[in-house]
Ligand binder design. Structure first.
Ligand SMILES: Nc1nc2c(ncn2[C@@H]2O[C@H](COP(=O)(O)OP(=O)(O)O)[C@@H](O)[C@H]2O)c(=O)[nH]1
Ligand SMILES: [Mg+2]
Length: 678
């Protein structure tokens, strides 16, 4: 089932599990680089950006091209931070296979669920690499058992560890029963079969075959007749079932010491599905006309915009027009190093230079004159926001330009101009995510922006009706102004909005001035007596007076404002706070803590149940004030090993009284005063 076309694997898994180190080992083992860098020294291929170096963590996915035993591969090293998971999702869209890199820790298996779910959602088959076995303290079979439980997918060890004290020094291949000893930085050496492990190995081997028999009748028959299946047959069957996504083989090693790294490369070579499979899943024909899909956009300081794309069909040439846009340059990438090429073929991952109108997700084909983004999933919705302002007012245009580019690079980072609060709000997946964005604004786009907690869009309404007279009269030289109205102001049910009516009979307010009265009321309502927009009230114009010379639209608009300014405070105004319907997902062992968190944050629990398809997770629903959501994600993550998450939608407005309300009104008054004085 091997393919001679270029293949693509994504390295995924939690932060610090060793993905970037594994990539470095892959590249060194295959000769793509001739000096091994390290994450610690900031010399790895994976973390080459300034933001990544500054934090010693991957902040963006890194593509790296390599050739192993004649197969061309692009490995996509994905950042592990939960806040940067959009990068992983983008990479998985185009990968043939993924390697889930984890630490040998049973208690941390729980943190893998989000990425395992992402693999499942994208339909990408995967293998597991348990890393850091050079400092192992936990049992590998125990880790596999916990992982199987969390993933809800059959898994089995493909090799069995040979330990020396706390560390693993070699392995026995469970299909061939051959034993190997690790050699630092080199290929493992075959050694004599460790007879002392014979029983354990027999059991592990049976466990492996038991997983396979569920999917393969031929192996089942052999097992029933107590025949031992040939190693070749086991390899082949295991690969096929794995490619269908039904089972997950588990390997282990040490990325740092290059232990088990070539073993992992071989597993990829033999077991990963050929690129034709992913292409077909997405509806592409390898030998059709040229088509590529962009899955990542970079704005590099020197080379300009680069769209990272996988060739899903045909052959692509430099200078060719795809989807109506000309390719400005074509390159293969090893981290930040690019090699110009003139042609790319099906399966290749290439950087396309200067395709200015092209976006992440676009499919560009030779036969179409525009891009198509229809098979690209929606980006993640935001869980954290900050109101931002440029330090220099004159930088506003630069700021929005930078934000636009950041959003192109990372669709899970968005921004909006809040119409209620007039703030520019940066939205994303957490504080680190937004801080990285602010760093990039400063270093790449030369704008320093300050950030604050975003204001909550409070509203206000009234609880009592009132009849109010309002007159505007001005007598200056020539023309004067005269408007006079009587209005009934009354509360309306929550959510029903504003209503204006007139009951003028006999022309006490001439027809042509009535719309001006309504305008005056609406203008007033943008900021009521408590300082917030007024909602859910009715005003009926019942009477008035006019002057045949001095009355005009402006006079009536102002008369209406006078009536509202005087009348509204008598209507028992009350603050309204936005309440969201929130769904919180956490591993069930944290459900009780989340219950407490919701109560502390003035929330009301509506219910909770096991989260469908997520083994060991709960989903809680609650009503919570929007003002309590700002840093909810931070607290949620800190109580749940970093994996808890939530989704919130505005639900309704709720009356808020007492001290909390008074403080909000007072703060608003002070802010308004400052604004006026500025
Ligand atoms: N002991 C040991 N440490 C490792 C190994 N692989 C990576 N590390 C260390 O783990 C840390 C995180 O590695 P990194 O590759 O950046 O992880 P990533 O966040 O998954 O990309 C670094 O300090 C590495 O040096 C390994 O096999 N053994
Ligand atoms: Mg990394």
């Amino acid at each position: 089932m091997a393919s001679d076309r270029a293949r693509c694997a994504a390295l995924v898994g939690p932060y610090l599990s060793g993905k970037t180190t594994l990539l470095e080992s892959f590249l060194f083992a295959t000769g793509a680089i001739n000096r091994r860098g390290s994450v610690k020294d900031g010399t790895s291929v994976g973390d080459s950006s300034e933001e990544a170096r500054a934090r010693s963590m991957s902040t963006e996915l890194t593509p790296a091209r390599m050739t192993y035993l004649g197969d061309d591969w692009t490995v996509l090293d994905c950042p592990g931070s939960i806040e940067l998971v959009q990068e992983t999702l983008n990479a998985l869209h185009v990968a043939d296979v993924a390697v889930l890199v984890i630490e040998p820790s049973v208690s941390r298996v729980l943190t893998l669920t989000p990425v395992i779910q992402a693999l499942r959602a994208r339909g990408v088959p995967y293998m597991v690499f348990i890393n850091k076995v050079d400092t192992l303290t936990e049992s590998i079979p125990d880790v596999v058992a916990a992982l199987k439980e969390a993933a809800g997918t059959p898994m089995f060890l493909r090799e069995y560890p040979i330990a020396d004290g706390d560390t693993v020094v070699g392995y026995v291949d469970l299909a061939s029963r051959r034993a190997y000893s690790y050699v630092d930085g080199k290929e493992s050496e075959e050694i004599e079969f460790p007879e002392e492990l014979s029983d354990e190995i027999t059991i592990a081997r049976e466990e492996m075959l038991e997983v396979l028999v569920d999917f393969d009748d031929a192996i089942l028959e052999k097992m029933l007749e107590e025949e031992i299946p040939e190693a070749e047959e086991v390899y082949e069957k295991a690969a096929k079932i794995m490619q269908d996504g039904d089972i997950v083989p588990v390997f282990f090693g040490s990325a740092e010491r290059s232990h088990g790294v070539r073993r992992m490369l071989k597993a990829l070579r033999h077991d990963a599905p050929p690129p034709e499979k992913r292409a077909a899943d997405l509806g592409f024909e390898p030998d059709g006309e040229a088509a590529v899909q962009v899955f990542k956009t970079f704005h590099a300081q020197h080379s300009g915009k680069i769209s990272l794309a996988r060739v899903w069909s045909g052959e692509v040439s430099d200078g060719q027009t795809l989807g109506g846009t000309r390719i400005g340059s074509l390159q293969l990438m090893v981290g930040s190093q690019a090699e110009k090429i003139s042609k790319a073929a099906f399966g290749d991952v290439v950087g396309l230079g200067r395709m200015e109108t092209v976006r992440t997700g676009h499919v560009l084909s030779a036969g179409a004159d525009s891009a198509d983004a229809s098979n690209w999933p929606e980006p993640l919705s935001a869980v954290y926001g900050l109101a931002i302002t440029p330090e220099n007012r004159s930088d506003e245009v630069k700021l929005t330009g930078g934000l636009q580019r950041l959003n192109e690079e990372d669709p899970s980072l968005t921004y909006l101009q809040n119409e209620d609060t007039h703030e520019l709000v940066l939205l994303g997946q957490g504080d680190i995510h937004l801080q990285i964005a602010l760093d990039k604004l400063r270093t790449k786009y030369n704008v320093t922006a300050t950030s604050n907690r975003p204001s909550v869009p409070y509203k206000e309404t009234i609880r009592k009706p009132v009849t109010q007279h309002g007159r505007f009269k001005r007598q200056t030289g020539g023309h004067g102004m005269f408007g006079d109205v009587v209005v009934d102001i009354a509360p309306r049910p929550r959510g029903s909005g504003f209503e204006f009516a007139d009951k003028i009979v006999g022309g006490s307010v001439p027809r042509q001035y009535i719309p001006a009265v309504e305008t005056g009321i609406k203008e007033f309502a943008t900021e009521g007596p408590l300082g917030f927009p007024v909602v859910d009230f009715a005003v009926t114009l019942t009477d008035g007076q006019f002057h045949s010379v001095d009355s005009n639209e402006m006079s009536f608009k102002l008369a209406a404002r006078v009536a509202m300014t005087e009348g509204m405070p008598k209507c028992a105004p009350v603050l309204l706070e936005p309440i969201a319907k929130v769904t919180i997902d956490v591993p069930s062992e944290y459900t009780n803590k989340v219950h407490a968190l919701i109560s502390v944050r003035r929330g009301q629990i509506l219910g909770f149940e096991p989260k469908e398809g997520w083994n060991g997770w709960d989903s809680l629903q609650a009503h919570m004030p929007q003002s309590e959501l700002h840093d909810l994600i931070i607290e949620l993550r800190s109580l749940s090993q970093g994996v808890g998450t939530y989704h919130a939608d505005f639900d309704h407005l709720n009356e808020l009284t007492g001290k909390v309300a008074n403080d909000i009104v007072q703060a608003r008054a002070e802010a308004r005063k400052e604004e006026r004085e500025r």
